[in-house]
Design a protein around this ligand. Structure first.
Ligand code: GDP
Ligand code: MG
Length: 727
């Protein structure tokens, strides 16, 4: 008994690995020749496989089955005329979309097709995963995976090929490309014509023939003329009129329309079967970047995001702020009523609780700001902002990457300075660290609110904005100067990485937010606590300051006066009277504290330094407040409060009244704001500078430089303002 003979053709795109697989299958039993009449190499091999004689043919590599190139004609004619038992389409899995064009065309022919998804190793290393069984289901074609150069999956491939050869011809009519209505109608009209004239005996599958005729396929037309004899005239006339009609409908050659629609069908398949972990993300990112890093709209969008970030930080932060304020108030008063009056109680309440409390109130702002920054970072937008800012940053002699620390500086300089670690060049890093403190950090805001709110009323917002802007401009000037003097050198060229956008994980956002906020909290537990105690000590000692009034006697008088009032009053009115009495006592207490502070160590220091601040229009209290701000900028307002003997809250009416009463002018307030903006960074920042530059030299330089600039700028503002006749 002779073995059954099966012909297996290998089709596929050039370089899909056909020859490799052909060699794997046939080994040395190959016959190399030319395809008849053309100089295209033909490889054939004969092997015995499980009782079959397999004739394996390596078809020329093609991308399509149109009759335009010799390779395509050879491949197609072989399939059409030799009717191989099975056509194995070697698909380059790492180029699925391109490969499927040929694959879907093979499916339209009347032949048994098997897909070998080759280069599966390359595909997966590029992060793409193909669902073979889904592809098989969608096109009703058996699918298997191979790695040609490692001879993997070849056995299964052969097994499937034999099995397919022995099976029934599948009915793929439901699974093939569906064209748009006009084309389908035209196809149908031709098919009806073939059916009405069975004597014509159309050589190939009727649907396929109809499609090819509509595409004006020269070879198919020629075959029709050869095979159908007298019927050809009619068929070609009908075809011509249908083509005319389609051209009219689409304003395009029908073959272009069908090609487009095939690609549409393929795109749909790819979407179904391929999950691209990397590629897809990169493609999506590229599309998002078309907008977000666009030359025209990219920058406005960026500015909008920054604006939204600040809006969110300060408006949303307002709500928990009030709650925290109330909580601290409650804590302080309940602690106050528990403890007997003593120096210790004063230290605890006026020093520690008040000091830490005035800072912890910003925790919501800080949390929101850092959440936004984490969002920018985790989504990948932060690198885009660096990209957008690159041109502007080059004006300072830095590049876009330095913008990230600067942006973070608006929140808090400590993480900002730590963020400069990402810069490769040391000079860039130091330069960035030196200019970052000019980005007005969120702790300085209460000072602006207190001063601008008091002296500029409705224009406070614009004034504060101008202050922020001044900081940015000065950082740029500083950058320019240092780049051409101390830190000379070209900005190192570097690659701006644009990682793909990601949907951030909420948990990691919270972790990033928390990591940075921890620094802020630690600052409160340590430096600010100590600072508050030091300031309390300085303002509480010496204890026995000679007072101009006998406050105890006055307090006793107030008490007795209200005692009689209370007895005379109706029960309903008592509450009001008690409130009045408490207020009167508070005023007395404040006046006493003000006098005490003035006579305290702090008062002495302030007065000793007064000549330094006088040219800036800042009185001794302002001077002391500024000095206390070295601990943390948040303390400036509360110190002002202590020195003016009022509540140290930036929105407090009492502080406003007191500031105005102290003889401060709007110009002096502006000068003080400029000074606060620019002068020495807070203790925590200074520590960070020391750590990140690794040198005391740069730390002291930063302190000296920023304070000099602050003094000079405040001086210019105040003196120029006076010359120009503002207050
Ligand atoms: P043909 O043009 O379709 O005949 O492709 P070839 O068989 O000549 O293969 C082209 C290149 O792809 C060769 O260098 C092969 O070694 C390589 N190749 C074939 N199959 C695989 C595969 O599964 N994985 C990888 N990584 N390379 C392959
Ligand atoms: Mg080859």
């Amino acid at each position: 008994m002779t073995a059954k003979r099966l012909t297996i053709a290998l089709a596929g795109n050039p370089n899909s690995g056909k020859t490799t697989i052909f060699n794997n299958i046939t080994g040395t039993r190959q016959k190399v020749g030319n395809w008849p009449g053309v100089t295209v190499e033909k490889k054939e091999g004969l092997i015995h496989y499980r009782g079959y004689d397999l004739r394996v043919v390596d078809l020329p590599g093609t991308y399509s089955l149109t009759p335009y190139s010799i390779e395509e004609i050879v491949a197609r004619n072989f399939i059409l005329d030799q009717s191989p038992d099975v056509v194995i389409d070697i698909i380059d899995a790492s180029n699925l979309e391109r490969s499927l064009y040929l694959a879907t065309q093979l499916c339209e022919l009347d032949c048994k097709v098997l897909f070998a998804l080759n280069m599966a190793d390359l595909a997966s290393s590029r992060g793409s995963k193909i669902d073979g069984s889904k592809l098989s289901e969608l096109l009703e074609v058996p699918v298997t995976f191979t790695v040609g150069n490692k001879n993997e999956g070849i056995d299964i491939l052969l097994e499937m090929a034999v099995e397919l050869a022995e099976s029934e011809m599948p009915d793929r009519s439901k699974r093939r490309v569906r064209y748009s209505k006009d084309i389908e109608t035209a196809i149908e009209k031709l098919q009806q014509d073939f059916a009405r004239h069975p004597e014509a005996r159309v050589p190939y599958n009727e649907r396929w023939t109809a499609i090819k005729l509509l595409e004006d396929d020269k070879i198919v037309k020629q075959r029709i003329v050869e095979k159908t004899g007298g019927e050809a005239r009619r068929i070609l006339d009908l075809t011509a009129s249908l083509r005319e009609h389609l051209r009219d409908r689409f304003d395009e050659e029908p073959e272009i329309v069908t090609t487009d629609e095939r690609y549409g069908f393929i795109a749909g398949i790819v979407r179904e079967v391929q999950t691209n972990t990397t590629r897809q993300r990169i493609d999506i990112s590229r599309n998002i970047d078309l907008v977000l890093t666009n030359r025209f709209v990219g920058f406005p969008i960026f500015v909008f995001f920054i604006w939204a970030m600040f809006q969110l930080t300060f408006t949303l932060g307002e709500y928990p702020m009030e709650a925290i304020d109330a909580l601290i108030g409650w804590f302080s008063s309940s602690l106050g009523s528990l403890l007997p009056d003593s120096l210790f109680k004063s230290l605890l309440l006026d020093g520690m609780v008040a000091g830490v409390g005035s800072v912890i109130i910003f925790l919501p702002n800080i949390l929101i700001l850092f959440f936004c920054i984490a969002l920018f970072e985790d989504t990948g937008y932060m690198s885009r902002s660096a990209f957008l800012m690159d041109k502007i940053m080059h004006l300072i002699g830095l590049h876009g990457k330095s913008f990230i620390p600067m942006l973070m500086g608006f929140g808090c300089n400590v993480p900002a300075i730590m963020a400069s670690r990402t810069l490769e060049s040391e000079k860039d890093r130091i330069l960035t660290i030196l200019i970052t403190p000019f980005m007005s950090c969120s702790a300085k805001l209460p000072v602006y609110i207190a001063l601008a709110g008091t002296f500029f009323g409705g224009r406070a917002g614009s004034v504060i904005f101008a202050v922020y802007l001044t900081g940015i401009v000065l950082s740029m000037i500083t950058g320019r100067i240092f780049r051409s003097t101390l830190l000379r050198g070209a900005d190192a060229p570097f690659v701006m990485e644009l990682p793909p956008y990601r949907v951030p994980m909420f948990k990691s956002l919270l972790i990033h937010m928390w990591d940075r906020s921890k620094i802020f909290l630690r600052k409160m537990g340590g430096i600010i606590l100590i600072g508050s105690v030091v300031i309390w000590c300085l303002s509480s000692f010496p204890q026995n300051v000679p007072l101009t009034r006998d406050y105890d006697a006055e307090a006793a008088q107030v008490k007795t006066a209200y005692e009689t009032k209370l007895q005379a009053a109706e029960p309903a009115g008592r509450l009001l009277i008690e409130k009045e009495r408490d207020e009167a006592l508070q005023v007395l207490d404040r006046d006493r504290r003000a006098e005490q502070t003035e006579g305290s160590l702090m008062g002495w220091i302030g007065k000793a330094m007064a000549p330094l601040f006088a040219p800036l229009g800042i009185d001794w209290r302002g001077g002391v407040a500024l000095v206390s701000g070295f601990v943390a900028k948040e303390i400036v307002v509360s110190t002002l409060g202590v020195l003016h003997a009022v509540d140290g809250d930036e929105r407090s009416e009492a502080l406003r009244t007191a500031l105005k009463a102290s003889g401060m002018t709007p110009l002096a307030a502006l000068s003080m704001m400029v000074f606060v903006l620019l002068y020495l960074p807070c203790l925590a920042t200074v520590t960070a500078i020391r750590r990140e530059t690794g040198s005391l030299k740069w730390m002291f330089f930063s302190i000296f430089y920023s304070t000099s600039v602050a003094w000079l700028m405040a001086f210019v503002v105040y003196q120029a303002g006076r010359l120009l006749g503002f207050a």
